[in-house]
Design a protein around this ligand. Structure first.
Ligand SMILES: *Cc1c(COP(=O)(O)O)cnc(C)c1O
Length: 391
């Protein structure tokens, strides 16, 4: 006799918003079926392979039996030392590898897990919007309630702390920030970070700054680290990922640095949930962090050429876009009469150019679309030419 059991998911899965890229995949699938040649500018995944010296370090490390066993939970000391050296060289921030650095299996993992360490059911977590969707989702998984801080063009895409009601600030335990910002490409100033730290001190809020794009910058204007600001080490941490910096999205390696109590809390969750990063990958990570500066300069030059092609093309088309000083995203307003999803569908159907609708990152993203610079300059030019013909 065949028996049936109804498998019911927990409420936390039922309350999830629809996954942004699922709808895009569906649209893409339909376009492919129609035989449209797609120029995919929808996802933030570098198209350029991982630099060869990093792959070579992995090849050597993978042969060593000592790396075949469980790694240390917090990351090999040599990896954490390489992180500390990198921070000192790049940002002049000094970190103790022993207790101010923890490895992460990608920063998505760290963002998803940190609320479990600090958020009790009913606590508020301040999340920017539009944003990377993991901040509110990690919050909800921990039983916390996201409070959305809108990032508006008129505030240079910084949250307005003075508009956060005092009862919300009182109940807030954690705040996520992300600069250089995905999807808007906005870059933080030291003054903004100072303001955030004052607000955090006043209300006892931990800051978790997602710094995934600090190395993807243009015109030689280096973004600052949150940890460079006075007081930052007292209120929070910063997460940085090797994913975008060294074209290593598939490898799953990142780290969190900063306040040792926050690092310890996050580390405790990880000790109980995962067992760290494959050590051969950490060896590759060390090789990445010790890379010659020319490796990153070459990548920046490629992205800067692409940025110029797309930005100039959009300006010519009359589409307004913030010229990115960092990140590989262009945050562009839709023409009059088009919502974000109207314009995304229009571009895909008429030109094969696939973008991400801005409202998918949160309500204030309505009226924008996001272009990612993840194809060659030639393809970007082709995309602009096609759009020119239909607009
Ligand atoms: C790509 C990205 C990350 C990095 O994720 P990994 O898990 O380290 O690959 C983190 N935050 C933002 C905003 C991103 O766009």
């Amino acid at each position: 006799m065949k028996r049936e059991m109804i498998i019911e998911t927990a409420d936390r899965l039922k309350t999830l918003p629809p996954y942004l890229f699922a709808e895009i995949d569906r649209l893409k699938g339909e376009a492919v079926k129609k035989g449209i040649d797609i120029i995919d500018l929808s996802i933030g995944d570098p198209d350029i392979p991982t630099p060869g010296h990093i792959v070579d370090a992995m090849k050597v490390a993978v042969e060593k039996p000592e790396h075949h066993r469980y790694p240390s939970y917090t990351g090999m000391l040599t990896f954490r030392q390489a992180v500390a050296e990198w921070y000192s060289k790049r940002f002049n921030v000094s970190l103790a590898p022993e207790n101010e650095v923890v490895s992460l299996i990608g920063s998505k993992e760290g963002i998803g897990h940190i609320p479990l360490a600090f958020v009790n059911p009913g606590d508020i977590v301040l999340c920017p919007t539009p944003s990377y969707p993991v901040y509110p989702i990690g919050t909800m998984f921990a039983g916390g309630t996201p409070y959305f801080m809108p990032l508006k063009e008129e505030n240079s895409y910084f949250p307005d702390f003075s508009s956060i009601p005092s009862d919300i600030a009182k109940k807030a335990k954690l705040m996520f920030l992300n600069y250089p910002n995905n999807p808007t490409s906005a870059v933080a100033t030291t003054d903004f970070f100072k303001e955030a730290i004052e607000f955090a001190f006043k209300h006892g809020i931990i800051i978790c700054h997602d710094a995934a794009y600090t190395e993807m910058y243009y015109d030689n204007r280096k973004p600052v680290s949150f940890l460079e600001t006075d007081g930052a080490m007292d209120v929070g941490i910063e997460m940085h990922s090797l994913s975008k910096t060294y074209n290593m999205t598939g490898w799953r390696i990142a780290f969190a640095v900063g306040n040792k109590d926050v690092i310890a809390g996050l580390g405790k969750i990880k000790t109980n949930i995962d067992s760290g990063i494959f050590q051969a990958i950490q060896e590759a990570g060390i090789a990445a962090l010790k890379s010659d500066e020319s490796v990153l300069t070459e990548l920046r030059d490629i992205y800067q050429t692409r940025r110029d092609v797309l930005y100039n093309g959009l300006v010519e088309l009359g589409l307004t876009s913030l010229k990115p000083m960092a990140t590989f995203y262009l945050w562009t307003t839709t023409p009059d009469g088009y919502t974000s999803s109207d314009f995304t569908s229009f571009l895909l159907e008429k030109t094969g150019v696939l973008t991400t609708p801005g409202n998918g990152f949160g309500d204030p993203g309505e009226g924008y679309i996001r272009f990612a610079l993840t194809v060659s300059s030639e393809r970007l030019k082709e995309g602009i030419e096609r759009i020119k013909k239909v607009l």
